[in-house]
Write a protein that binds this ligand. Sequence first.
Ligand SMILES: *[C@@H]1O[C@H](CO)[C@@H](O)[C@H](O)[C@H]1NC(C)=O
Ligand SMILES: *[C@@H]1O[C@H](CO)[C@@H](O)[C@H](O)[C@H]1NC(C)=O
Ligand SMILES: *[C@@H]1O[C@H](CO)[C@@H](O)[C@H](O)[C@H]1NC(C)=O
Ligand SMILES: *[C@@H]1O[C@H](CO)[C@@H](O)[C@H](O)[C@H]1NC(C)=O
Ligand SMILES: *[C@@H]1O[C@H](CO)[C@@H](O)[C@H](O)[C@H]1NC(C)=O
Ligand SMILES: *[C@@H]1O[C@H](CO)[C@@H](O)[C@H](O)[C@H]1NC(C)=O
Length: 206
Amino acid sequence: MIQYLWVAFGLIILSVEARQEFGLTDCPSTNANSSVTFHNFTISPDPVEIPGNLSVSGIVTFNTDIIGNLSLELAITRSLGFFDLPLPCIDHLGSCKYIDVCSILDQGKNATLTCADQLRDNGFPCACPFLNGTYVVDNAVFELPKIKGALASFAKGDYTIKLKLVDLDTDDILGCEDLQFTLTEPPVEYIPTTKAPCGFFCQLIG
Ligand SMILES: *[C@@H]1O[C@H](CO)[C@@H](O)[C@H](O)[C@H]1NC(C)=O
Ligand SMILES: *[C@@H]1O[C@H](CO)[C@@H](O)[C@H](O)[C@H]1NC(C)=O
Ligand SMILES: *[C@@H]1O[C@H](CO)[C@@H](O)[C@H](O)[C@H]1NC(C)=O
Ligand SMILES: *[C@@H]1O[C@H](CO)[C@@H](O)[C@H](O)[C@H]1NC(C)=O
Ligand SMILES: *[C@@H]1O[C@H](CO)[C@@H](O)[C@H](O)[C@H]1NC(C)=O
Ligand SMILES: *[C@@H]1O[C@H](CO)[C@@H](O)[C@H](O)[C@H]1NC(C)=O
C-alpha cells in the first residue's frame, strides 16, 4: 500500500537537495496529559533510503485505555526550503483523516489502515481497545519499495508529518506528534526482490 504514498509524494514537481535529522516529538501545543506518547524513537538509516530497509525502534505509551470513536489525522508537508507544501490525501494515503480507526483496524488485511506484521511480532496492540501500558518497538524492519519511473526522483526531500489522534465523541486530542525525516536514495542501485507488508505503523512513519 505504501507505494501509493510514494506516488502521492511524487506528484510534487519540485525536488530539492535536503537533509534533516529524524525526529519524533510531541506537538508543542500538546497538553501534558496526552493519552498516547512516543519516546526515544530512532531509525536506521537516517536519512531514510528508498528503496531500502528501514529499522525502527522506540517506545509507545498509552497512559489510559484508548477506546471509543477515534480519528487519526495526518498532515504531511514537504519542505521545499523556501516554503512548505502540504500534500493531498489520495486513495486513503497522504494527508488523510481516518475516521473510526477501531472499525477500520477491525477489517483486517482489507482495511485501509492495517497493522504491519513487524509490529504484531513486537507485541504491539493492533486492535482496539489499546490498553494502557508501554509497548517497545525493537528494531522492526520495514522494506521500502522502489519508486517506479519518472516519479522516483521527486520523492527525495524533507518531510514533516503531524499525527493527531482525536476522540470524536469528546473532541479531545489524545495524542499529537510531529515527525520529521528526510528521504534519499541508497548509495547503490538495487532491485528489491520482495515487498514486505506495509501497514498501520509503516504508513505512520511515512
Ligand atoms: C489533564 O487531564 C485532566 C483529567 O482528565 C483534565 O481535567 C485536565 O484539563 C487535563 N489537562 C489539560 C491541560 O488538558
Ligand atoms: C529514553 O532514553 C533516555 C536516555 O537514554 C532514558 O533516560 C529514558 O528513560 C528513556 N525513556 C523511556 C520512556 O524509556
Ligand atoms: C532488505 O532485507 C531483505 C531481507 O533481509 C533483503 O533481501 C534485501 O536485500 C534488503 N534490502 C536492502 C536494500 O538492504
Ligand atoms: C493502567 O492499567 C493498570 C492495570 O490494569 C491499572 O492498575 C491502572 O490504574 C491503569 N492506569 C490508568 C491511568 O488507567
Ligand atoms: C464515529 O464518528 C463519525 C463522525 O462523527 C461517525 O460518522 C461514525 O458513525 C462514528 N462511528 C461510530 C462507531 O460511532
Ligand atoms: C478481503 O477481501 C476479499 C475480496 O474482496 C475477500 O474475499 C476476503 O474475505 C476479505 N478478507 C477479510 C478478512 O475481510
